[in-house]
Design a protein around this ligand. Structure first.
Ligand SMILES: Nc1ncnc2c1ncn2[C@@H]1O[C@H](COP(=O)(O)OP(=O)(O)OP(=O)(O)O)[C@@H](O)[C@H]1O
Ligand SMILES: [Mg+2]
Length: 502
């Protein structure tokens, strides 16, 4: 009988190198039954690397692992899952072109063989049950996965992992893709696993969340384990110090009360979209940081897309007031010096198999023209290098593919491409998602610098502290409409804001 406190997984002197990058350096870690273990550390500190090695996604360069006291060296993630170790990965972990059921039972289709034929019907039935078991009822297991949004795909992935009843599972920075109800599902599964003397490894940049949900916490920095804390030792300042290696002030938002110009640069009138928005009005001013907040399903993400010409508009319009241009497509938006950072970074903001340089340079084909129509190589290199330096993007060189970067560093590349383009109007949808506090601080500074330079910014966010810390003006949305407007000089009152959300 498995007992609480028994060692389930042991990692000994694990090293992982990617070329000259040392992603893990002599990492030692013991994961015990009955615990939810938190992992925290700055972007690129090695959290995804160590957990993906345990879960069989990639091999270590050197070192040993033990699982239930036996040497552990899974050849791939399916072998790991079949033996009881699952992972819900940081990026998209489902294949969009196959059905939900096929995703849930990927690698296991033989289970549904009737004679020589795989019974799709049986597989769909089982998959539907797997979804129901985790409390999801609005996904049809027979449908193709691409019909579902990011959150639903994450839930499919969770159902897939749980269908194997794992002894241990890793949750890598998943909660930022989930709404409140999705998070509750996940938290419940994590707690239940721990109560059943299984184990969970939980990765998050949200200090409050990780302190609340985890029984013990391990801090990584630059591929080293800095230390572990038990719940009673948790202290936010201490944890931050361990992460960054120096003292960090709690406050990194702007402190000024500077206003913005009266000039309206962008206007949405009576905007109704196929999804979510109903007769929505908005005015964005020159030099303004306009915050948009609400619960995840309130329509704010659709608003961001609609402002950049990415949604089907039923009635109303988005207009750049100076030129009178109607923004009806992303091409128009781009040509009019607008920029957009999507919440769904990997699918919408990056060319994943392109290099850092290619991604940043994607906004610069006009700026980097040399003589005639030729693009100047040197200008292009400088264009990318400037942002790599500015944003301290962690990489070996600008030719490294973006797919190999940590989540936070990817987000820096997205930011870099719009900074480089010197966009006049920037739509930021959850720009600090999955970004550690060090990078967050530098992004807030960048946003403020852009404001100072007279740029206009729409900041859509699920984090109230971030909105209150940065916005000149704050619109709270519910059911596709504005339910409250607040001004920075009046001070933001959390209770009032939340009242407008629910
Ligand atoms: N496939 C790869 N090729 C090259 N370098 C990689 C690869 N995967 C990770 N790295 C590098 O290894 C280091 C650790 O990355 P890892 O993804 O484990 O960080 P992380 O702690 O999960 O960060 P984040 O919080 O941003 O997700 C980083 O410097 C990253 O750029
Ligand atoms: Mg990661």
């Amino acid at each position: 009988m498995a007992e609480k406190g028994e060692v389930l997984v042991e990692v000994k002197d694990l090293n992982k190198n990617f070329g000259v990058t040392v992603a893990l350096h002599n990492v030692n870690m013991t994961i015990k039954r009955g615990e939810i273990r938190g992992l925290i550390g700055e972007n690129g500190s090695g959290k995804s690397t160590v957990t993906s090695i345990i879960a069989g996604i990639q091999p270590a360069t050197s070192g040993e692992m033990f699982y239930k006291g036996q040497p552990w060296k899974p050849k791939d993630s399916l072998e790991a899952l079949h033996n009881g170790i699952g992972i819900i990965v940081q990026e998209m972990g489902t294949v969009p072109t196959i059905s939900v059921a096929e995703n849930i039972f990927i690698g296991d289709y033989d289970r549904f063989k009737v004679g020589p034929i795989i019974s799709k019907r049986k597989m769909v039935e089982e998959a539907q049950k797997a979804l129901e078991n985790i409390g999801v009822t609005d996904i049809n297991a027979a449908r193709v996965t691409r019909n579902y949004n990011m959150e639903q795909r994450k839930l499919i992935e969770i159902a897939k992992t749980m269908a194997h009843d794992p002894e241990m599972f890793v949750v890598d920075e998943t909660t930022t893709a989930l709404s409140e109800s999705g998070r509750e599902i996940l938290y419940r599964l994590m707690r239940k696993a721990a109560d059943d003397n299984k184990a969970v490894v939980f990765i998050s940049h949200d200090l409050e969340e990780i302190m609340d949900k985890c029984d013990t916490l391990t801090v990584l920095r630059d591929g080293d384990i800095i230390g572990s804390l038990e719940k009673e030792e948790y202290d936010p300042d201490l944890i931050k110090k361990m992460m960054i290696g120096r003292d960090v002030k709690g406050d990194y938002y702007r402190s000024d009360m500077e206003g913005y110009s009266d000039e309206v640069v962008l206007k949405a009138e009576n905007l109704t979209t196929m999804q979510d928005l109903l007769c929505f009005d908005l005015e964005l001013h020159k030099g303004e940081i306009l915050g948009i907040g609400g619960l995840s399903e309130c329509g704010m993400h659709t608003l961001g897309r609609a402002l950049y010409g990415l949604e089907d508009i039923v009635t109303g319009s988005v207009t750049l007031t100076k030129s009178g241009t109607k923004v009806t497509s992303p091409e128009i938006a781009f040509n009019q010096r607008m920029g957009y950072v999507s919440k769904n970074r990997d699918l919408e903001s990056l060319v994943l198999n392109g290099s850092i340089a290619v991604n940043i340079q994607s906004t610069g084909y006009k700026a980097n023209r040399g003589l005639g129509f030729f693009i100047s190589d040197k200008k292009e290199r400088d264009y990318a290098q400037l942002q790599i330096d500015n944003l301290a993007i962690k990489c070996n060189d600008m030719f490294q593919p973006v797919s190999a970067m940590s989540g936070g560093n990817k987000q820096k590349v997205v930011f870099g491409k719009w900074l480089a383009a010197d966009a006049e109007v920037l739509i930021l949808d959850c720009p600090t998602r999955g970004v550690d506090i060090g990078v967050k601080a530098s992004m807030y500074k960048l946003i403020n610098d852009m404001k100072q330079a007279g740029k206009s910014i729409v900041l859509i966010s699920e984090e109230l502290p971030e909105l209150c810390g940065m916005a000149d003006r704050l619109l709270i949305m519910k059911d596709g409409k504005v339910t409250g407007e607040f001004l920075r000089p009046d001070g933001y009152d959390n209770t009032e804001l939340i009242d407008c959300m629910i």
